[in-house]
Ligand binder design. Structure first.
Ligand code: NAD
Length: 513
């Protein structure tokens, strides 16, 4: 507790307010509901947050609108310089922030540090990008004419994020949006808002040091209602939402109805294919990290293992040796590999999925228990489960956000495995372990994996920021982070310039007056 209070102190969390816009914090709890944030690790209360009201939201939007008028005029490389300074501050606070992420959300400290590193990496990426927001030039069909395209800032970008990556997903969006000249309003998950508040303190310092206006980066603490206000709000041209497919459908519908832009990063149902030629040692490490890392609470967690029938028993045996010995415990303990689930609702979802899948014909091979006794008093620690199933079971078709690994057998060639892998509604991450070029190329071909991410001899989980991140089908189709994902944060304009003294019309149309 002492260690955590030091961490909170370092990160500037002395009191917790409902809504922030940089430099503008208003307190007072009248008319606001509060929410206690308890650590899933030991049940201790970390802080109480007051949820923003619709009026608070309105103030934040107005503040953001004002800031946009200034920020869009700052040259992009100068905006990059601000992001560089944010990256530097994140480096200074990496350990403290990593610890808070770990304690508030439950992922192990190494993964908490990894999440902060991801933020630092995207800052570096965005700094470079700030000098590369380029469009094409084209040859005009008309003499002495020139055509080119340019990208302009959009305005306010709303970011709605999920509990499991409480800060990284925001930074992927916010740092790109910032160099693009947008201002951001971030609504973190109501289950893990404190790491967001800590980030806001870091950002506020940087903006103050640079005498920049309030409201370039805004944070609002609220639940689905605030997210819904944002989705319906015409003043927010782009809403980037990360979370369940259920939430994404609502956000997509609301933003679509007002013809706004949405960037949706939703649930996955990720599979690893293991062919007969797989390097088993490599595959095993990737499978176990993918299935039990973050206690199965990554959008890219490995949920299904599609194994060739000739190696099925061998793989099963190897996994059944590893699973019972997994160190499950406090996420800040350096020997722990599996921390707790976020809350008891998540535990209930885990146990009811296991019950249902067994009713459908699945065989539970290991795990599935809720741990109790010393160190496990919260009731949020579970034993990761492995179940032998068929792909078409309703439970297998769904994403259960918990450490359940489904083993599925395939026979014949790799195309049968690919068909099973694609045979779900989601399309986020996929992987194949194979040393056979014909198999791996089939997997990567246009008749291969239908996911946004397709890896060879790497698991489904743990993407690098340099690539565009996201998935197809029920995963929502959005792409964020690296590559050219920045384009969605800007509006595109085509310009034609005539430097002759004639006015020829396009397509040679004659129109003499
Ligand atoms: P969730 O859908 O319950 O909540 C996510 C966010 O949406 C929260 O901030 C919540 O307040 C908000 N929200 C909920 N209903 C809303 C509504 N009607 N309108 C506007 N906002 C609303 O998800 P969760 O439990 O926090 O996170 C787990 C889910 O997120 C999993 O499905 C996981 O796969 C997904 N996820 C996806 C990615 C990705 O990049 N594809 C990354 C992380 C998590």
């Amino acid at each position: 507790v002492k260690e955590i209070s030091d961490v909170l102190h370092q990160l500037g969390i002395k009191e917790v307010n409902p809504a922030y816009s940089t430099g503008l914090v208003w307190g007072g709890h009248e008319g606001r509901t509060s929410r206690t944030i308890n650590s899933p690790a030991d049940g201790n209360t970390i802080a109480t947050v007051h949820m923003a009201t619709a009026e608070d939201y309105d103030k934040v939007v107005q503040q953001a609108e004002e800031a946009f008028k200034v920020w869009r005029k700052v040259p992009a490389p100068k905006r990059g310089e601000i992001v560089r300074q944010i990256g530097e501050k994140l480096r200074q606070h990496k350990e403290a922030l990593g610890k808070l992420v770990s304690y508030e959300m439950g992922k192990i400290y190494q993964e908490g540090l990894g999440e902060v590193q991801e933020m630092i990496d995207i800052c570096d990426f965005a700094v470079g990008l700030s000098r590369q927001l380029h469009g094409y030039t084209m040859h005009s069909e008309r003499p002495q004419h020139r055509m080119y395209e340019q990208y302009h800032p959009l305005g306010i970008v709303g970011v709605i994020s999920a509990f499991n990556f409480p800060v990284a997903v925001w930074s992927w969006n916010a740092m790109l949006a910032a160099v693009c000249g947008d201002v951001v309003i971030w609504k973190p998950s109501e289950k893990s808002p404190l790491a967001g508040i800590a980030c806001q303190h870091i950002i506020r310092e940087v903006l103050a040091e640079n005498e920049l206006p309030e409201g370039i980066f805004n944070l609002i603490i609220g639940d689905a209602e605030i997210g819904s206000l944002m989705s319906h709000d015409k003043r927010v041209p782009l809403v980037s939402a990360t979370g369940s497919t259920r939430m994404g459908k609502k956000v997509g519908e609301a933003v679509g109805a007002r013809l706004g832009k949405s960037l949706l990063e939703l649930g996955g149902n990720n599979a690893i294919i293991l062919t007969e030629s797989a390097d088993m040692e490599m595959a095993l490490r990737a499978i176990v990290f993918g299935a039990v890392g973050t206690c199965g609470q990554r959008c890219t967690s490995t949920r299904r293992l599609i194994i060739h029938e000739n190696i099925f028993e061998q793989v099963k045996e190897r996994l059944l040796k590893v699973y019972p010995n997994l160190p499950i415990g406090h996420p800040l303990d350096s020997t722990t590999l599996v921390g707790p689930l976020i809350d008891k609702d998540a535990v209930n979802a885990f146990t009811s999925a296991l019950e249902k899948v067994q009713q459908e014909g699945g065989t539970l091979l290991t795990g599935g228990d809720i741990l109790s006794g010393e160190g496990y008093e919260t009731g949020t620690y579970v034993k990761p489960a492995i179940v032998e199933v068929e792909n078409h079971y309703e439970t297998v078709q769904e994403e259960t956000f918990a450490p359940i690994l489904y083993l599925i057998k395939y026979s014949g060639d790799v195309e049968n495995a690919i068909e099973l892998q694609n045979g779900v509604r989601q399309g986020l991450s996929s992987a194949i372990f194979s040393t056979n070029l014909l198999e791996t190329e089939a997997f990567l071909g246009h008749w291969g994996s239908d996911c946004g991410i397709a890896n060879v001899n790497i698991g489904t989980s743990g993407a690098e920021i340099g690539g565009a991140f996201g998935g197809e089908k029920d995963t929502g189709g959005g792409r964020e982070s690296g590559s050219d994902a920045w384009r969605i944060y800007m509006r595109r304009q085509t310009n034609t310039i005539n430097y002759s003294r004639e006015l020829p019309l396009a397509q040679g149309i004659k129109f003499d007056i």
